[in-house]
Design a protein around this ligand. Structure first.
Ligand SMILES: NC(=O)c1ccc[n+]([C@@H]2O[C@H](COP(=O)([O-])OP(=O)(O)OC[C@H]3O[C@@H](n4cnc5c(N)ncnc54)[C@H](OP(=O)(O)O)[C@@H]3O)[C@@H](O)[C@H]2O)c1
Length: 212
C-alpha cells in the first residue's frame, strides 16, 4: 500500500514507519519540520505538512491508499490541537477521496468496568487528564465520520519504547490488562497493532484497546 503517515517523526510514528516499511509498504512520512531521523529506506519519503490544515492534508493524502495517524500535541502545543487535527484530517481525506484512516488515540475513554472509563478511575494520573479528555473528544468527532473507514486504536494505559514481540491483544472499547491488572504495550508492538489493523480492516468503525 501507499501509506501517508501523519506524525512520522514522533515516538510511535517512527516505529510505525519502520513496521510499515518492513512489511513492504511505501510510506510518505509527515511532520511539521519535514525531517524524520533514523529511517533510511528507498520506499520512505519525509515531507513537511501541517495536520491542522485541511488543505495540506488533502494535498498530502491525494494518491495514497490509506492514512495512518500517530499525531500528538508535541512541543508546547495545547492538548486542544488534537481536535483541530482530527477535524482537518477528516476534511482533508474527504477532499482527497481517500477513505481509510487508522488513528492513534488515547486509552482514557476505554471501559474498565460496565459503567466506568479508565479516565474516571482514581488511579488515572491527574497530569494526563487534559490530553485524555481531548483524545475522547477527538474520538467523538471521528465517530460521526461514517463515510470514512476509520479505526481509532488506543495504546494500553502505559506505552513505552520496548521490544517488538508481535504478540498483543485487542478489545472493542475496553482496556486490555494482564492478570495482575497491569495495562501495558511497547511502542514497537503498538506499531504492529496499527499496521495489522490497516492491513486486515478487522475493526472498521471501532475504538480498539490494545495491550498484553
Ligand atoms: N496511553 C495512552 O493513551 C497514550 C500514551 C502515549 C501516547 N498516546 C497518544 O499517541 C499519540 C502519539 O504519541 P507520541 O508519544 O508518539 O507523540 P510525539 O512523539 O509527540 O509525536 C507527535 C507527532 O505529531 C507530529 N505533529 C505535531 N503537530 C503536528 C502538526 N500540526 N502537523 C503535522 N505533524 C504534527 C510531530 O511532529 P512535529 O512536532 O515535528 O511536527 C510528531 O511527529 C498521541 O496522540 C498521544 O496522545 C496515548
Amino acid at each position: 500500500m501507499d501509506v501517508l503517515l501523519l506524525g512520522a517523526s514522533g515516538r510511535i510514528g517512527q516505529r510505525t514507519a519502520t513496521e510499515l516499511l518492513d512489511r513492504g509498504h511505501a510510506v510518505t512520512g509527515v511532520s511539521r519540520s519535514g525531517t524524520v531521523d533514523d529511517i533510511d529506506d528507498d520506499e520512505f519519503v519525509a515531507v513537511a505538512g501541517d495536520a491542522t490544515d485541511p488543505d495540506d492534508v488533502a494535498k498530502l493524502a491525494t494518491g495514497h491508499d490509506a492514512v495512518v495517524s500517530t499525531l500528538g500535541p508535541s512541543g508546547d502545543a495545547a492538548p486542544d490541537i488534537l481536535t483541530d487535527m482530527i477535524e482537518a484530517v477528516i476534511e482533508g481525506l474527504r477532499r482527497a477521496d481517500v477513505d481509510r484512516l487508522v488513528w492513534t488515540g488515547g486509552a482514557g475513554g476505554l471501559k474498565v468496568g460496565p459503567e466506568t472509563l479508565l479516565i474516571e478511575t482514581e488511579e488515572f494520573p491527574e497530569e494526563w487528564e487534559p490530553v485524555a479528555r481531548v483524545a475522547i473528544e477527538a474520538y467523538d468527532i471521528l465517530s460521526e465520520a461514517d463515510d470514512l473507514a476509520w479505526t481509532y486504536v488506543a495504546p494500553a494505559a502505559l506505552i513505552e519504547p520496548g521490544e517488538r514481540t508481535g504478540e498483543y491483544r485487542t478489545a472493542d472499547r475496553e482496556l486490555v490488562a494482564d492478570e495482575e491488572g497491569d495495562s501495558y504495550i511497547s511502542m514497537e508492538d503498538f506499531a504492529v497493532a496499527l499496521v495489522d489493523e490497516l492491513e486486515s480492516e478487522n475493526a472498521v468503525h471501532t475504538y480498539l484497546g490494545t495491550g498484553y
